[in-house]
Design a protein around this ligand. Sequence first.
Ligand code: SF4
Ligand code: SF4
Length: 374
Amino acid sequence: MPDAFRPNPFRLAFGLMRLPKNPDGSIDIPQVAEMADRFIAAGGTYFDTAFVYDGGDSEKAFKAAVADRHPREAYTLATKLNAAMGATDAKSARQEFDISLERTGAGYFDYYLLHALQRTTYQKYDEYGIWDYVKELKAKGLIRHWGFSFHADPDLLEELLDKHPDAEFVQLQINYADWENPGVASRRNWEICRRRGKPVMIMEPVKGGILADPIPTVREVFDASGEDVSYASWALRFAAGLEGVHAVLSGMSNLAQMDDNLKTMKDFRPLDEREMELIHRAQKALDEDKSIPCTACHYCTKGCPMEIPIPEIFNVINRRKGSPEFRTVREYGIVTAGRGKASDCVSCGQCERACPQGLKIISFLRQCKTELEK
Ligand code: SF4
Ligand code: SF4
């Protein structure tokens, strides 16, 4: 039996994937420190980063903002080993652990994850012996619990849990927009974890910010409720109200988002029947929407030979509705200045193999080319 997790009654976790940036692109450490202080003061303990976030700067920011400023018992830390994006062989994959330990200054990890398992990447974790490696690390006391984050179909989740029944938890993409989305399968993957008694860490509860600033038809649904709360709060409450959830990771990017999330979770109340009805209506509005469901994680851009800013281009096309055409064209010019355009895509497929959302990026770029490069 795995050791018991440290209780996390607050449920909200501070995700360090989309940290605030300075104009030069570096992470705004003073703001992250202030966000972390408010999070801890409100009762939060769980921080989540990864070896590959911001090329390692996320883990370093954690050290500067949290580990160097708070006692070890004030926080729990999750980080992740990425055998597909960050490593080229077994040795470099295993070295990620030592590098993460040094970057974060945490001394040990409370939660250590095999990162972003999907149909195109999970084989690397077998090839490099990472499933055994995390158990070695646990036996040495360098990690407390191990699990994996997952972006694929229920059949693969069942297969992985059959092969590795001692995985202590699973991190899943769960939000009300993806609950029945066959490409993400939030509900079905969550049900598998419930059936097998695996605690769930939730990622993307606001779908990379999409549900914090939703499309007009979704806004109308929540505005009609008459409640003076943020759109993000509906999404957080949906995720945090699910059974078997240990932590809900919100990738906050500024103090205002931190304050709003803390307000939602401080006196947490699950959605009642009337509020769930609003969620169902919002889901219907999203089903009817034709936006590209990109979460702006940037996993696709790292290896693009044409340096195409894929998520920024998708954001421009998603926002074009209701905007004058000249503004859309100007925004497209800004995001592609000095970088590749949609028409530069050579269809190599690298981005589609990396995309955890399984998006048909090449086809979407063709659509962007047609609509934005007239
Ligand atoms: S398919 Fe196109 S967008 Fe994707 S990595 Fe290749 S060139 Fe870049
Ligand atoms: S296209 Fe996919 S990989 Fe790229 S930013 Fe969007 S969700 Fe992430």
